[in-house]
Ligand binder design. Structure first.
Ligand code: ADP
Length: 425
């Protein structure tokens, strides 16, 4: 496409020809003109092609239509032809026009091809983008469906737990309420001697205490779940706290002929904890060990100081091990769910110490909630549930220890635990 005469004529009029275009297409016209000139000079179309490619990409990117884009080389062509006709003699003018037309025809064809290419690429990009979005949307939909199904199952489980709870709570509350009502009626009749009245009053108090206990358990569970539990941490000796817990349960353990052993507690450092809350957690665990071990069993409470080699904070590990009926693997975690009790809900016997005497299923969730509120952990281990071979269970709890209390050479004496004649803290 080389044409020296055209190249010369174009370069002589470069400024004039480019000035003709103003506005948003002025720069495209100037670049296009350079491409045409370069082609006329050297016969190669690289510069012209790259100008056209760039213009086509840009037009597609900004959403310009093809006819608007083609108008630019068209205007340049008309402008060049007009000037050639006006300035050059007819015979050489015809040759110049033909040479210029060849280059501009190439430009127009190339521009159309580049524009369509760019358009296809963009559409493919959009299609790929849309496909990716659709896949992502489908994945999210699937996740939501799974989540929904899980939430639904959880809801059904909670519904069942609620229904179970109502039945258990009604039973738990009804038994002491009935005895309170019975004793109160007998006392009202007034036909009893003083010693008989004392027995009736004791029964009345026992029933009321049990009622209060159940209601308190429900309140604690609610405080744990709503994160509104207020702890009052103070320095205390676990050995002394456990002694107290055992002392309060010694009567029921003796009634069941259990032997309770304490191991490694005296060596433990003091910890900072809420005495009342920790007492309750330990008492629930010991109470369960007594209940779920047949008469004449063995219960061991052992302690150990864990000082990790990686330099992390020391911990105290307590284990309450019994020689009882054990826990089936599938129940080992479930028993920490509130209102969950192994076996049939309707088969339980309400008692704090009777063999397999079950409560409302709040003892372990309360114990775990209280231990976790202290930054600790509580879990159960057992080879399985077997009421003949008695594999036993172990409840382990780990509590954090302030390192300063471990290294302290001579810890100050703990405040004496206050115990009244009823062995209450
Ligand atoms: P409950 O009020 O029924 O005692 P818990 O939350 O204390 O409720 O215990 C839940 C269930 O876990 C009990 O009903 C019992 O089946 C099982 N369990 C708890 N402790 C033991 C244990 N030491 N040995 C065997 N089973 C246990």
């Amino acid at each position: 496409m080389r044409d020296d005469d055209l190249a010369q004529w174009l370069s002589d009029r470069a400024a004039l020809l480019c000035e003709a275009e103003t506005g948003q297409d002025a720069s495209f016209t100037a670049a296009l003109f350079e491409g045409v000139l370069d082609t006329a000079f050297g016969g190669e179309t690289q510069l012209l092609d790259s100008v056209l490619g760039g213009a086509a990409d840009h037009a597609v990117a900004v959403g310009r239509d093809l006819s608007g884009l083609l108008a630019v080389p068209d205007r340049l062509r008309r402008h060049i032809f007009t000037r050639i006709e006006a300035e050059v003699d007819p015979e050489p003018a015809l040759r110049l026009i033909l040479a210029a037309d060849l280059i501009l025809h190439h430009a127009t064809t190339r521009l159309i091809a580049d524009y369509l290419n760019a358009l296809t690429k963009t559409q493919e990009g959009i299609a790929a983008h849309l496909a990716a979005r659709q896949t992502e949307a489908e994945r999210k939909l699937m996740e939501r469906t799974v989540e929904l199904a899980r939430a639904n199952r959880e809801l059904m489980r909670l519904e069942k737990a609620k229904a179970d709870f109502i039945s258990i709570a009604a039973h738990e509350l009804k038994t002491p309420l009935t005895s309170v009502q019975g004793y109160a009626r007998m006392l009202k009749e007034g036909a009893y001697a003083a010693d008989q009245q004392a027995t009736l009053l004791a029964g009345l108090q026992q029933g009321a205490d049990r009622l209060l206990q159940i209601v308190e358990d429900m309140l604690i569970i609610s405080a744990i779940e709503t994160d509104t539990l207020n702890l009052c941490p103070e320095r205390l000796s676990l050995a002394r706290l456990i002694e107290l817990v055992v002392k309060q349960r010694v009567h029921s353990a003796a009634g069941r002929r259990h032997e309770i052993r304490l191991e490694g507690l005296a060596e433990l450092p003091e910890i900072k904890a809420d005495q009342i809350r920790l007492h309750q957690a330990l008492s629930n665990l010991l109470g369960n060990a007594i209940k779920f071990t047949p008469d004449g069993g063995q219960i061991t409470i052992s302690g150990q100081l864990l000082e990790p080699e990686d330099g992390s904070a020391p911990q105290i590990k307590l284990t309450i091990r019994d020689s009882g009926i054990g826990i089936a693997p599938e129940d080992r975690e479930q028993i920490f769910e509130k209102f969950y009790r192994t076996g049939d809900v309707n088969r339980h016997s309400t008692s704090k110490s009777k063999f397999k005497g079950a409560g409302p299923g709040l003892g372990l969730p309360i114990a775990r909630g209280l231990i976790e509120a202290h930054g600790g952990r509580l879990w159960a281990e057992s080879p399985g549930h077997d009421e003949t071979n008695l594999p036993g269970s172990a409840f382990h709890l780990v509590l954090p220890v302030d390192p300063a209390l471990v290294t302290e050479a001579d810890p100050p004496p703990t405040a004496d635990l206050l115990i009244d004649q009823d062995n209450q803290i």
